[in-house]
Design a binder for this molecule. Sequence first.
Ligand SMILES: [Mn+2]
Length: 201
Amino acid sequence: MTEIHSDELRFVYWSGVSATHPDESVCGDAFFVKETENGVFLCLIDGLGHGKEAFLAANRTCSVINDFAEENILSLFEHCHEALRSTRGAVMSAAFIHHPSNTIEWAGIGNVEGLLLKRNSHEWLPLRGGIIGCRIPSLRSCKLSIQADDMIVMYTDGISHSTTKKLIETIEPCDELAHSIISSQIKGTDDAAVLVARYKG
Ligand SMILES: [Mn+2]
């Protein structure tokens, strides 16, 4: 089962695709995008393993982010950690684009890859080890400048990392990039999800 969502918001165009493990009926990977007054949150979550328990962990994470999306990135991780204690746990990368200052603040626990793609350079999100709901490290976020047309790409470990790196540099529009990644780089042994956003400036 594949879920696709594309939208244009005030600050970004974005596209998310998730694909369920072939033996399961619900997906444990989830993307979440929410605009606030000053910017936009972009989150990609991988509930541990796959199946119903993974789905429940990812789902709970999304509802916490929805409730606390007015706050900063680091407190978001802490709220999720508390809320996920009774679940299997999840890994997540999250970014907040602050429009007034043209900056992006981001952080990641686990192995959801994050990439900021600029016209002539790119920056990978530094990831910290841990599992949200089980044990999380002391977290520091990174802040970078962002300008119109910069892209943010996130993907879970259901996507082949080595080949995706090359693909990202060749394709432009959000929905095309998200679709190419999921259709050509999916491992097929886990849930998989990709989130792509282009900053409008
Ligand atoms: Mn996974």
